[in-house]
Ligand binder design. Sequence first.
Ligand code: F6R
Length: 608
Amino acid sequence: MCGIVCYVGTKQAKPILLNGLKQLEYRGYDSAGIAIQRGTRVVRYRSVGKIEELERKLHDVTLPGNTGIAHTRWATHGEPSEHNAHPHTDQEKKVFVIHNGIIENFHTIKKKLEKDGIVFGSDTDTEVLAHLIAINFDGDLAEAVRKTMAQVEGTFGMAVLHKNVPDQIVVARRGSPLIIGISEDGHLAASDISAMVRYTDKVVHIEDNELAVLTRDDFSISTAQATLIKRDTERVEWTAEDAELNGFPHYMLKEIYEQPDTIRNAMRGRIELGEGVPKLGGIVPVWDKLKESRHLVIVGCGTSYYAGCVGRYIFERLTEIDVEVELASEFRYRKLNFPPNTFILALSQSGETADTLAAIREAKRKGANLLGIVNVVGSSISRETDAGVYNHAGPEIGVASTKIFTSQLTILTLLALLLGRHQNLSLTEGVTAIRALQALPEQVKQVLAQAHHIEAIAEKYHKYNNWLFLGRKYNFPIAMEGALKLKEISYIHAEGYAAGEMKHGPIALVSPNMPTVAIAPMDEMYEKMISNIQEIKSRRGPVIAIISRGDEKIREMVDEVIEIPCTLDYLYPILVVVPCQLLAYYCARFLGRDIDKPRNLAKSVTVE
Ligand code: F6R
């Protein structure tokens, strides 16, 4: 998705902005641009493709100036091209705007402006902002932006410069994240903290329908009605190093390898063996209601949704609560009818996914209580939920989510265990669960130690164009997640199925040309999975089986095995997903794909 970074201060803006743009690359983009101001002169450069293109253009250009705005664009209105890249400007080239989001009434506004004789220089919705701000400007840039906010419908995070207002940037937000950074030498603003962590760990969040004026020495936030707002600064817990590759060839691989730590971090300070009852400080504000609730709806998108699907089985196993899981993009359009004291639990790495946000807003309107499991501290979902639990997993930069999935599963287990222990779950079961959870980081390390073996399997199979992933119960969502990982980064077509569904259709696909990844640890569904594997083998389909260590029975039946350590049935998903992640990673690598930035995908989907 599009990215915004701005700076006003005593230092040269160009290197700070270019560096910020590079930190935003992981979100996905197709073009980039920058505008730098010095006194009443503003220069603008834009390019299609990678940030390096923009850098090449700027290489021999001296761009002194301590104020600037920069953007990575992900095309929505108009093809990826230089004239559609941001910043956009008005006819007299006085106003420069960068924008994330979508201006829904841009068509009507554009028609009207064109009637008034304004000539547009791009096909974008953003350009109307530049023209409107120029028309509304009478010396006060913030006021011009405020008036424009009232004229446009849709979503925006925007940053604006005006040629005649040196050393000032105005930023505004409605539905698209924006954060102010406070550094020793000035102020930054960005759509994502990672663009600023190199320069500051002090941030202030801007809320919907607010705008902020940034200067070198100061910043002020106000509402769309011009009421001043006082808001405390927050400390960012990530460091610049967390956002580096640290010797790994890709962020995705680095993040797969971080999982022993991120699973440990998800449990840090939250588990105690004694009573077998986890402690989750973040849900204390709603605890009295939550412990009485018997209805939970988990919402999320993509990988977060699949974590929710595993969560449903875990809650059913450990608690007395009825659990539904819904794709946030569908849930938001459903006719919602909850029993009293229903909790909605949003799962989101970014905390900014538009559908998940819209789903919780709709549920709130209907009187539900809101919980979140979110990685990005201070993100919209974390702010709009009544209570929640942070992943504390550090930034996830690879577009394909890995470490957050296992972290989400760990936290879902803690939450289910906590509620279960206040319901019917025995002390013995509680203590057994905690012991098994504590063993997980070391067990994930044992799975990671087989990376070379998994790489060899990927080398053998990466040329197959169609794959099937099968699992049952706890591991059915892992089959879907494994298929999603493979398709999104390698572009191999893959389907994830509940193994019991084979006979109802997908078995027709089985042939020597389609490998099946069978997720078959020694859990309660083990014998059933063996039958499914036999069905595939008798039709000469190659099978790669993920099995429990020491399982000789399946080993003899299949073409390849990947062994994982033994754990409790409901914790297997955390172990079996790791080989699926590695298999997808290595297949994509053999196919020469752009693993951290797969085509057509963005890290954070902030539009519907
Ligand atoms: C897939 C992936 C996506 C995200 C989805 C939700 O690897 O990363 O499917 O899981 O876009 O994102 P969050 O968790 O940020 O709400």
